[in-house]
Design a protein around this ligand. Structure first.
Ligand code: IMP
Ligand code: MG
Length: 182
């Protein structure tokens, strides 16, 4: 048992639910990629915790790599413009790529990233998002094949997700108290 961080309004996804989500995603990917030697790509820094859990739940050969994109500032909304800060070290031509993301909000970050990776001629490219934010009347420009969980349109932290680089180390996903960022 750990105490809830004082800046967290409520826990949205607890450690046990995270475990179940990871097991399910791992089984789905294992079944789909059994003989494909996929490359699992994590987008730094938010997806690191998710990636570390997910890769251990996948029971087929795979390799991993990392990318870093800029999100501009420490705010709570996405600008959509993506700048590559750190590129892959792996040549993805003819590889089966799975991009692991912490959360899909507007989806602009991922949609930019996917088009960029697509131009390198991978055999296939899919998204595995730990969380997908449900926004009323909005359809994101990309559809993840693998979804951990849908979350309400609130600002969440923990399990890799930050606000101004804080809270990434929380072992659960919690809703941040609005007074912390307003
Ligand atoms: P998008 O381009 O709007 O989909 O934004 C995706 C990125 O914004 C994620 O990779 C996160 O880094 C960040 N983000 C979006 N929503 C949240 C949130 O609720 N908490 C923490 N980070 C978030
Ligand atoms: Mg982020």
């Amino acid at each position: 048992m750990h105490t809830v961080h004082p800046d967290v309004e409520r826990i949205l996804i607890g450690a046990h639910e995270i475990e179940a989500i990871i097991a399910r995603l791992g089984a789905e990917i294992t079944a789909d990629y059994a003989d494909k030697n996929p490359l699992l790509v994590a987008v730094l820094r938010g997806a690191v915790v998710f990636m570390a859990d997910l890769m251990r739940a996948i029971e087929c050969p795979l390799s991993i790599d990392f990318m870093a994109t800029s999100s501009y500032g420490s705010g709570v909304t996405s600008s959509g413009t993506v700048r590559i800060l750190k590129d892959l070290e792996t040549n993805i031509r003819d590889r089966h790529v799975i991009v692991a993301e912490d959360i899909l909000d507007s989806g602009l970050t991922l949609s930019n990233l996917i088009s960029m990776l697509q131009s390198r001629d991978p055999a296939s490219i899919e998204i595995c998002a730990f969380a997908v934010k449900d926004i009323d009347g909005y359809t994101p420009p990309v559809t993840p094949k693998y979804v951990g969980r849908h979350v309400p349109n609130e600002f969440i932290v923990g399990y890799g997700l930050d606000y101004a680089e804080r809270y990434r180390n929380l072992p659960y996903v919690g809703v941040l108290k609005p007074e912390v960022y307003s």
